[in-house]
Design a protein around this ligand. Structure first.
Ligand SMILES: [Zn+2]
Length: 371
């Protein structure tokens, strides 16, 4: 843990123990010279303890983390027993204004950390963020959703070689976890390297607020704060947990319009229909099937498809599918797992599959799409 002093100084403001303060950090300037500022909330206990940084919208169009932070800010029990919570609801304030994933210089902010003082616009912003916030934090939870036009079944990612990252990921409580360092320049990779163990959540769609996704995120953030002794209570566990052994992308081989037969989080058999591909007049052309038994980790939300474009991403967990099926069969039907699955299944077509020609274009990949 980083060396602790009684006061914490961010954006030139000193926050004493026991105080909560909203701050604006100057991160850049408009063409007019007006400051561009980053809103930050700091919540400090009267007692010493870890500093946890919680960030969202590093990609400017990803609202799910913003929604999770809003739920967290309204939680009755958000009074840390020890330590400090630093919350940044919108990191990429540039992209957020224009509803874009990227920065105005067309860079991905999540490839620019730790940044540099004299570099590009994105590098300078990353540097200010890193030196003013990450370097004060002992742990970081970075909240993401899928990129346009996809959705992700909630899953956590982090470098499991780091014992603290592993502990955060497991405590968060998603069923599926991916052990990976993350891309060069990503917040999680660079912050972990700089001594601030960082995990991410990948959940839901961009440009959308999804209440059950927020509930997963809220439960997860609180679980992490609980294992750090910052909040009272027990960790709430998911029905099962497993690492992802491999991910396989199912891609279309002909252009058309898709009707989906599966939804995120669903267990699929090898050969199970994933989507029916119809031509522009609605005539069925082919049926895409799952090449393996696994769990739907991500899907396109755009029904229009061209050859080679991804339709869905099937995760093969390390835990046996037989065991997972049994656990889920015996699990509480009114629990959050089933609610999330139900809410994410709204695009499933009720029409029967009539075409029998399979169109199984797929490619194995160990690389789950990057954060
Ligand atoms: Zn993202």
């Amino acid at each position: 843990m980083r060396k602790k002093s009684k006061t914490l100084t961010i954006a030139g403001h000193t926050i004493a123990r026991g105080q909560t303060q909203d701050l604006m950090l100057d991160v850049s300037q408009q063409y007019t010279g007006s400051p561009i500022q980053l809103p930050i909330r700091v919540i400090r206990s009267t007692k010493a303890g870890p500093t946890v940084l919680i960030t969202a919208a590093v990609h400017g169009d990803e609202f799910s983390g913003v929604g999770i932070i809003h739920e967290l800010m309204h939680a009755d029990d958000l009074n840390p027993l020890i330590g400090t919570i630093i919350v940044v609801p919108v990191v990429n304030v540039f992209g957020f204004e224009t509803q874009e994933r990227y920065m105005p210089d067309r860079r991905d902010l999540n490839r620019c950390f730790p940044g540099s003082e004299s570099g590009s616009l994105s590098a300078r912003f990353a540097h200010i963020f890193f030196s003013e916030l990450v370097m004060h934090a002992d742990f970081c939870i970075d909240l993401h959703s899928a990129a346009v036009p996809r959705t992700n079944y909630p899953n956590v990612r982090g470098d499991f070689r780091d014992a603290d990252v592993r502990r955060l990921c497991r405590a968060f409580g998603c069923e599926l976890m991916l052990d990976s360092k993350g891309p060069d320049g990503s917040l999680r990779r660079e912050a972990t390297k700089a001594g601030c163990p960082t995990m991410i959540l990948e959940a839901g769609e961009p440009c959308k607020l999804e209440p059950s996704i927020h509930e997963v995120g809220l439960r997860g953030v609180k679980n992490v704060l609980r294992i750090l002794d910052m909040l009272p209570g027990e960790v709430v566990k998911p029905p099962y947990q497993s690492l992802i052994k491999q991910g396989i992308w199912v891609r279309a081989s002909i252009g058309g319009i898709l009707r989906f037969h599966v939804s995120p989080g669903q267990i699929v058999e090898e050969g199970q229909p994933i989507a029916t591909n119809a031509d522009v007049f609605g005539q069925e052309q082919s049926v895409l099937v799952s090449p393996v038994e696994g769990i739907i980790l991500g899907m396109t939300t755009l029904p229009a498809i061209k050859p080679g474009e991804p339709v869905c991403h099937v995760a093969i967990p390390t835990k046996s599918m037989k065991q997972i099926r049994k656990i889920l069969k015996d699990s509480n039907r009114s629990g959050l797992y089933h609610q999330v699955r139900k809410d994410m299944a709204s695009s499933i077509s009720k029409r029967d599959i009539t075409q029998s020609d399979n169109d199984a274009s797929w490619a194995p990949s160990v690389n789950v799409p990057e954060d």
